[in-house]
Design a protein around this ligand. Structure first.
Ligand SMILES: [Zn+2]
Ligand SMILES: [Zn+2]
Length: 273
């Protein structure tokens, strides 16, 4: 009964038949997927929405990844605002700052991040945040721009306990990816151990970051079982309980139970409460 709160399923990443990928995940116990629609243009956003329209257990997000911030001109942002209102879009993201790769100039990243937070507040949907090597600026901008109004998720949490506390205060939940299973992730595991049970999520961020013991392979949503098992070990809890808890947390945070069902899918969703 797992929910992958963050995966990339658009054709840019999964050209070889994503329905197989989803079927493998379902066989492994994944009941729902949040498909992140970001890219240098709006193709991935549209593809995420199309997939979510087709399948009841896929939900979409749309946003501008910090890598792509320099491509976000006024017309793209206007169109994105339109897409963000789509009933199958459950969050604005992933948006944020990435000073590790610096694919876009930092000033541009910050400006676009601010605009994406404003957009989320406008459409009344939570924010999925990507932050790398930019902890202080990320927290400052979230606070400055009133992100608490919508709250959201710090995706692929890879900061420390102090960051976790500030993020939780700003009404952001912590989503743990395969990084949690990596040897050098002690600080992340500490944050995962201490976070309140109702504020933790799991994700694959596939096709990136496959967890141990499948590290190095192309990641896919089925692998979330390894991350969930690791999180259960860290917290000294049964895997089943962690699965139920993280799924319920994602359903609540993203208001998935209230999302209009997809039109053409016979699969009926029922989420744990
Ligand atoms: Zn990310
Ligand atoms: Zn991502």
């Amino acid at each position: 009964m797992l929910l992958d709160s963050h995966c990339h399923l658009d054709p840019n990443y999964l050209p070889e038949g994503r329905d197989d990928v989803l079927a493998r995940a379902e066989a492994a116990g994944v009941i729902a997927f949040v498909c992140i629609g970001v890219g240098p243009d709006l193709d991935a956003a549209r593809a995420a929405i199309a997939l979510a329209e087709r399948r009841a257990n896929v939900f979409a997000t749309v946003g501008v990844h910090p890598h792509d911030a320099r491509t976000a001109d006024a017309s793209l942002v206007t169109e994105l605002a339109e897409l963000a209102r789509h009933p199958r879009v459950v969050a604005v993201g992933e948006v944020g700052l990435d000073y590790h790769y610096d694919h876009s100039p930092r000033e541009v990243q910050k400006d676009v991040f601010r605009r994406m937070i404003a957009l989320a507040r406008d459409v009344g949907k939570p924010i999925v945040v990507h932050t790398r090597s930019a902890a202080a600026d990320t927290l400052a901008i979230l606070a400055d721009e009133g992100a608490r109004e919508t709250g959201g998720i710090i995706h692929c949490f890879s900061e420390d306990r102090a960051f976790a506390e500030r993020a939780l205060d700003l009404d952001f939940d912590l989503s743990f990816s395969g990084i949690l299973t990596f040897k050098n992730a002690a600080a992340i595991r500490e944050a995962a151990r201490l976070a309140p049970a109702d504020r933790i999520l799991v994700e694959t961020d596939s096709p990136f970051l496959a967890p141990v013991p499948v590290r190095g392979r192309t990641c896919e949503p089925a692998y979330i079982v390894h991350t969930a098992r690791c999180l259960a070990d860290i917290r000294g809890e049964k895997q089943e309980l962690i699965a139920r808890q993280t799924t319920a947390n994602a359903v609540r945070r993203l208001a998935l139970a209230e999302v209009a069902p997809a039109a053409h899918d016979p699969v009926r969703m029922s989420f744990p409460s």
